[in-house]
Ligand binder design. Structure first.
Ligand code: NZQ
Ligand code: ZN
Length: 381
């Protein structure tokens, strides 16, 4: 096991009717900006619950943080916060609204352009406190300090570290209105978050391995119900908790991480606009094929423990495990090949070019360069 420091300060407030807790969780006397996406919260009753809980508070609303939050939009929110003396932020929506809110929180006390902070985290100084009502189980942004911010102008998308939410309110009932595609993409995202922290080397921590496998097995078990019975409270509660536990640091203690699938996926979104979780469902099976030898021992462990694949040679079991993984994503209704989502050779070339130009080498083996990214994407053309 590797050395690690673990501290996760987010207060998780989970369950039916918990949005009302906003009334007591937000400190008194602060000027609040409430941030929203495109309006889903007005159709599912979340907006009414939030405004009821904020009755009598001094707050303003900022609407329009889009999926894959754009710096061009966030700059407007930062300017408004500065103008109006906002000192607390409340995000209401999915991971994009919360990630955008994290960037706003970091930029309000910064004098330069907010994009500087995305490119150079060392410039982040004072960060406004923030909390959230999370309505989409996927990113675990509700219990981590990550934000992923995009630029329309440059067609770039980068992850950064900001800060943890003070509190996160998760009422599974808010997810009942999620479109099927968002549920599928959210489950794929959660599945790959676990994989990024698990599918590396064996033998570092049997405990971390089994926690990860527990989340993967739970997702496989509940996926058909999440797709077909999205109004079942207990199913959606399990799904929501899987998503939070997938990327809140609890399964990463002392183990090696990968994250190459995410880096390639971010480029697919930046260049083509494809939904985050969907990009991962395409890239990950290709990555397993290309890095099969490097990851062989873990692929076999995963195949046995999650898919019950125990018969045959190592090579046969690895092949069946990778196939089972791709079949799982397809069972969610997601296409797993680039041509099926209209992505072609030009995008592969551009990703290879960008990675080579940036001189990156992602993954636990520090070997996913532009050239290897090309091979991965060619596997899933
Ligand atoms: O904008 P509104 O109208 O609210 O609609 C949203 C949006 O169109 C809708 N939605 C959200 N909750 C809903 C709902 N519709 C009906 N009912 C509800 N309860 O869903 C659409 C997608 O929302 P979005 O927030 O974009 O999805 P998600 O939560 O998957 O976030 C994706 C973003 O998070 C980043 C991704 O790269 C992407 O930019 N990630 C953030 C991470 C983190 N902070 O740790 C890690 C992830 O790996 C990921 O990279
Ligand atoms: Zn993700």
């Amino acid at each position: 096991m590797e050395n690690f420091i673990f501290q996760n300060p987010t207060k998780l407030i989970f369950g039916k009717g918990m949005i009302a807790r906003l009334a007591t969780e937000i400190p008194v006397g602060v000027k609040i900006m409430v941030t929203f996406g495109g309006g889903s919260v007005k159709k599912n009753g979340v907006y009414e619950q939030v405004t009821a809980a904020l009755a009598g508070r001094d707050y303003i609303e900022f609407w329009g943080i889009e999926p894959n939050p754009k710096i061009e939009t966030l700059r407007k929110a930062v300017a408004q916060c500065k103008r109006e003396g906002v000192d607390f932020l409340l995000s209401v929506g999915g991971g994009s609204v919360l990630d955008g809110t994290k960037l706003i929180a970091a930029a309000v006390r910064y004098d330069g352009d907010a994009w500087d902070l995305v490119r150079d985290g060392s410039l982040i100084g004072e960060i406004l406190p923030f909390g959230d009502v999370m309505t989409l189980p996927a990113t675990a942004s509700e219990m981590n300090r990550n934000a992923v911010i995009s630029s329309i102008e440059t067609k770039e998308k980068y992850g950064m570290k900001v800060d943890y939410p003070r509190f996160s309110i998760l009422d599974p009932q808010t997810t009942f209105s999620l479109p099927k595609y968002q549920r599928a993409a959210g489950m794929a995202d959660t599945f790959i978050h676990v994989m990024e922290q698990y599918m590396t080397v064996t033998g570092q921590s049997p405990l971390m391995d089994r926690w990860s496998e527990g989340i993967l097995q739970t997702l496989v078990e509940i996926a058909p119900r999440v797709l077909e019975e999205p109004h079942d409270y207990d199913t959606m509660a399990d799904y929501m908790l899987c998503a939070t536990m997938g990327l809140n640091g609890f399964i990463a203690m002392g183990v090696t991480e990968d994250w190459a699938t995410h880096q390639i996926g971010h480029e697919l979104t930046a260049i083509n606009g494809l939904t985050h979780g969907h990009t991962l469902a395409i890239v990950f099976p290709g990555l397993l094929k290309v890095l099969r030898d490097q990851k062989m021992a873990k692929i076999l462990q995963y195949g046995e423990r999650v898919w019950g694949i125990t018969e045959g040679s190592d090579e046969e079991r690895a092949t069946r495990t990778i196939d089972a993984t791709e079949r799982f994503f397809r069972s969610l209704g997601l296409q797993t090949r680039l041509h099926e989502v209209g992505i072609g050779e030009d995008t592969i070339c551009e990703i290879e070019r960008r990675f080579n130009e940036r001189g990156v080498a992602f993954g636990e083996g520090h070997n996913v360069t532009g050239t290897v990214a090309r091979r991965i994407l060619e596997e899933v053309k």
